[in-house]
Design a binder for this molecule. Sequence first.
Ligand code: OGA
Ligand code: MN
Length: 297
Amino acid sequence: MAISLTPLHPVIGAECSGVDISQPLTKVDAAAIDTGMDRYAVLVFRQGTPLTTEQQLAFTLNFGELEAPYTQIQAAQGVRWNTAGLSDISNISPSGGLLDRDDRKRLSGLGNQMWHSDSSYKAIPARYSLLCAHVLPPEGGDTQFADMRAAYDMLDTKTKTQIEDLDCEHSRIFSKGALGIPFTEKELRDFAPVRQRLVRTHRTTGRKSLYLSSHAGRIVGWPAPEAQILLRELTEHATQREFVYTHRWRVGDLVMWDNRTTMHRARRYDDMMYPRDLRRTTVTDGVPTVEQKAQAA
Ligand code: OGA
Ligand code: MN
């Protein structure tokens, strides 16, 4: 059976069917999924059953290399598993209960409710993220995706010219700091800001997109307030309803998105009452965005 892609929204997102992602993929199917990502930026696979860790890692490796391990903000009791490459996007503690209200992993995880692009705080950021739903709350907890290509296209010419060559600085210090999360001395060192292009050009499609994120806190060479005002204005523009697909999860769904061309955020749910267990694998993009400009020129 051939892969088919059914759009979920006028500009972003499609449901992918006709492929069993729990089994090894043929080269043809993997290429069709990659091409679908270039077109839709978000693909939804409705499996009915969550992938096992091995299955999710195997599926992910069709699309590139996993991100290198990096400093995570951990729960008071430590981690739920030691599998490198599988991120725990849940409100569950290693003992199986819900994280306490003031647990650092919970507070840090609330940052996912701000519009962001995964790992934009790393010099080499993420290409694809793949998130699989294991346990869901009865209400809330949707995930939204904003199309940063469509958002770029709809900017006026003057703004496009103004932002074309700007570099930003991204760090978890900006995103989690804005939420009032304090950092240790080591974290302040580990989370030192990195540079990213504000406008990116997709390697395959040649389409331009805005590279925004809650982690973006400065524009290189600009006074801080002026940078904040522009970044906030662009974010407001880019997250208008016409650019946003809202994913209402079902257990077993796997959603794959392109961090180069989208932002996403989790929506609020009652995390003191209900477990929500999602598991993420992430493919690195391989090169810093500041070098991609030189390649494109
Ligand atoms: C993520 C993320 C959003 C969500 O896994 O990177 O931001 O809805 N998740 O949990
Ligand atoms: Mn994320």
